[in-house]
Design a binder for this molecule. Sequence first.
Ligand code: SAH
Length: 358
Amino acid sequence: MKHDDRSDMLARIAEEFARNAYRTGLREPDPRVHAAMARLPRERFVPPDLVPRAYEDSALPIDSGQSISQPFIVSLMSSLLRPQPHHRVLEIGTGSGYQAAVLAGLVREVWSVERLPELATQAIVRLRELDCRNVHVRVGDGHLGWAEHGPYDGIVVTCGGERVPGALLDQLAPGAHLVMPVGPEHDQRLLDVTVGVDGRPERRDVLGVRFVPFVAAAAPLRAHFELFEQQDHVGVRGFGATVAEAFAQAARGLTALSTDPGRVRERRRVDFSCGATDSQHLLAQWLDAVARTMRDEGLVFARFEVRIESDLLHATGFGEPIDATRCAREWAGFRASADAAFVGLVPEGWLAQCASAL
Ligand code: SAH
């Protein structure tokens, strides 16, 4: 990677702004957006064989047939949001995580929804490695937004759909910008939408663009996982309509987390929880299975809490990390003790099985 590649990319972005100013209404990128992109290693977001092309001003393919957006477009969409340090922004289509990482440097909190678990997992790992701690990624259907954390001071949709989903407009704060490619595949327009206090959306056509499709989920995606960090602990939550689904989702999250044992050790506690709607009659069976698999795999929690809230089972394991060898030596049976731990061995065993059963 030549040192100057990133400055070349930034120069091309500035040129594109100048060239398209009469259409976009922006003569140059927002200076904070430009500075954030100057700091960010785009090569970390592209597949290894495309690293030499990471600073070209073009979209590049990533896994699962998706793509990382063209840098000029990332800069344009971010600039259109008019991001402020106190803003909380929603992104639909995490993909590589690049757009989310750009925003992470500009606003307080980024919430990002991705349909494909494998992309979400990769992005989470990457964002952790780059220390973007204010990005929260969840697997789910972007048409629904992420209602719990709204309304948002900006929404950016990085896949192209026929229309702006109503749920997203509902989650947009008055006066805030929603930027999204809209229209048929061969004639997508980047729209800048704002909703006034009277609730009426106003749309501005910014530019012709080409994005991967905003895939309509046949039925709402029922299962997803979330990772979270708090002062003294990191955590994983899996959700699903069945215990198996919720567990598999939480397992995916743990797999992502386990790539970063340093972070786990530093926090000294991991919370693992599952929410499922068919869980009551399965509770005993499930806990038994959890205990067995945790014992077999050396995945140990000091404390295990279960509560049922309006048909939803929440089971949370609290543990403190110790090293795997010690765990293997000392662990004989599912037993709660003060120094019991959450320990690795995660990717090979039951977690992988859970994930592949999805
Ligand atoms: N912002 C990304 C660009 C990703 S491409 C980046 O900077 O790399 C668009 C992404 O939208 C893809 O990863 C695709 O899987 C995702 N996507 C498509 N339909 C979706 C939906 N209904 N809900 C959530 N994400 C969706």
